[in-house]
Design a protein around this ligand. Sequence first.
Ligand code: OGA
Ligand code: NI
Length: 342
Amino acid sequence: MANQLLSTVERRETLPESYIRPESDRPRLAEVKNDSNIPLIDLASPDKQRVIAEIGLACCTYGFFQVINHGIAEDLLNKVMAVGLQFFRLPPEEKAKLYSDEPSKKIRLSTSFNVRKETVHNWRDYLRLHCHPLEEFLPEWPSNPEPFKEVISTYCREVRRLGLRLLGAISLSLGLEEDHIEKVLGEQEQHMAVNYYPPCPEPDLTYGLPKHTDPNALTILLQDPNVAGLQVLKDDDQWIAVNPQPNALVINLGDQLQALSNGVYKSVWHRAVVNAAHERMSVASFLCPCNSAVISPAARLVCGGDAPVYRSYTYDEYYRKFWSRNLDQEHCLELFRSSQPQ
Ligand code: OGA
Ligand code: NI
């Protein structure tokens, strides 16, 4: 059951046992705050200093923000969502060719999160792709549906450009040189998860993705424009819905930016919930440090007497640790605290 794609089985009336969370770990959807004010930042604003200040504030409060006027055309965003859905509607035998639950594979279609490790499954299928350098990975990508390669590769290029621009703004917002973060992260990898959450018979009992932080540097999420599902944790106890805004992209900081900023900026817990009536899709693009990048706090952030919160490590070491665990354990960065025995 676990390694069967949800998108290939008949709609169910009840939730299979292996997806049911224990009582103490359910989404409690009625308690989620809906009138959220996750910052919405206009990247085309002529007041660049203000944009940087807004980004800085968003990074140390919510760890999440949405951007509009980000330079990626609405038409392209629509095409990405459409081709993603087409992909998940392919016949089972077509999708079976891509199925794998081995996290190190550079292209794979899978389900839940880490079916080899987890005890309870998640109501999600996902296609994971490595996207940089494109020429290296593109030949392995699905050529069915026909527009997939062209649409997704165009989007990947544009998302990368946006991501690097945001890393520049984030560096400036920390009082660092604009290229500081990019230099530390090296030639960044870029991965994509096309997430598909089918309608779920009992959404109160399970998750699409349970509470987690992203292990990478920066995540850019294109969410379904019509169906909400992403929620972020504020002040340790309040879940807030990040409702889709027209043509916006959701940005969140991953663990590496929390480490680089010496804990000033947060890699915030977030989750995806599912619903009974509608399928939902999201496309997450992850910018990741190159494997050999040594992650440690920027010197300027530890020179005023603030001790480094985390020890130095390579991204390779971090990523292995992340995938060796279950998704909803303690914050993976906790294992890299300076005081932690090595
Ligand atoms: C992720 C993620 C949220 C969503 O893929 O890491 O947090 O709404 N996705 O699908
Ligand atoms: Ni995430």
